[in-house]
Ligand binder design. Structure first.
Ligand code: GLN
Length: 310
């Protein structure tokens, strides 16, 4: 037997159709979600062609190197590893980003959050807006923002050095690394700059009890630190809201993704920290999860204090 072929389940000279069927059956037997889709995505990646094009190539025989690549991928998927980690990449708002176990896989809700930031004109009126992404992960949020206005001043913060390395690599690939300062630090101990125009964050917010109910591909493979928000899911959000208020300039904005049922509590936290005009937009599933809050402008804050004294 040739090296690397031990226990191969795809036969030599198989057609694309046979490989898709075999892959699907194996993934189905392993209890993988949407096995047909996963098999097709993997095969399309090995072929370096769009998934729909596979339909035109069903009777083509697959070169053995490609079959080996598919087989290795199937073996990883059988262990419930997310397909984005297997492929080593994901798409975020049309940008291809490197993706691996060092960071959470970006979700569609986070694309919605970024979409709302990109469309938030008051922020982009500044010549060089200063924006921090707290808990940047693979950098999806800050990179997309930096691509919108390359001469902004961006900071990417994460407590994981691995995530920061990944985010930096992604920023380099997209030509915006020069605009972003990468910092590995815990929010609590970090001496943050002041006067920022905006904070963006997708913090961990899953309650610890719910973490154990997450799908296997999430629970077993994605970094727990990026998901687990403690007993009430607000362990990170609480200090994040406070810190954001401190580091924002008067009139600055906080944009944040939260859990599907956390808005009533988060609204209170925001108000208690001094934020005004906080609002939640529903995500694609109708949950109030995409938060915008404003730190009152200086004169408004002063007016309030004066009133209190009077
Ligand atoms: N939306 C993610 C999930 O449910 C959680 C992301 C997060 O905690 N920031 O898997």
């Amino acid at each position: 037997m040739q090296p690397g072929t031990a226990g191969r389940f795809l036969k030599m000279n198989s057609t694309v159709l046979a490989i898709l069927n075999e892959s699907k059956n194996r993934l189905q037997a392993a209890g993988v979600d949407r096995p047909e889709l996963a098999a097709e995505i993997l095969a399309a990646d090995a072929f370096n062609c769009p998934r729909l094009e596979l339909a035109l190539r069903l009777h083509e025989k697959l070169a053995s190197a490609r079959a080996v690549a598919i087989e290795q991928g199937i073996r990883r998927l059988e262990k419930h590893e997310p397909i984005q980690y297997v492929l080593g990449k994901t798409d975020f708002m049309g940008h291809v980003l490197k993706c691996d176990r060092r960071a959470l896989i970006p979700r569609p809700e986070t694309e919605e959050l970024v979409e709302s930031i990109l469309g938030f004109e008051p922020l982009w009126q500044a010549d060089a807006p200063a924006i921090i992404d707290i808990g940047t992960g693979n950098g999806c949020i800050i990179i997309t923002l930096a691509l919108r206005k390359k001469n902004g001043k961006y900071i990417a913060l994460d407590s994981s050095a691995g995530a920061i390395a990944l985010a930096e690599e992604n920023a380099r690939r997209h030509g915006v690394a020069h605009a972003i300062k990468f910092i590995t630090a815990d929010l609590a101990g970090w001496r943050a700059p002041r006067g920022l125009d905006a904070v963006a964050a997708n913090p961990p917010y899953v309650r610890t009890a719910d973490f154990h109910d997450l799908e296997k591909n999430v629970r077993l493979w994605e970094p727990r630190a990026a998901l687990d928000g403690g007993a009430d899911g607000l362990r990170v959000i609480r200090p994040l809201v406070k810190k954001s208020y401190e580091i924002l300039k008067p009139g600055g904005f906080l944009f944040m993704e939260i859990g599907f049922d956390q808005w009533p509590q988060v609204r209170q936290l925001l108000a208690a920290s001094g934020f005004s005009r906080s609002a939640a937009r529903p995500d694609c599933s109708g949950h109030d999860r995409l938060i915008t809050a404003v730190k009152p402008a200086q004169n408004a804050a002063r007016r309030r204090t004066t009133k209190k004294k009077a």
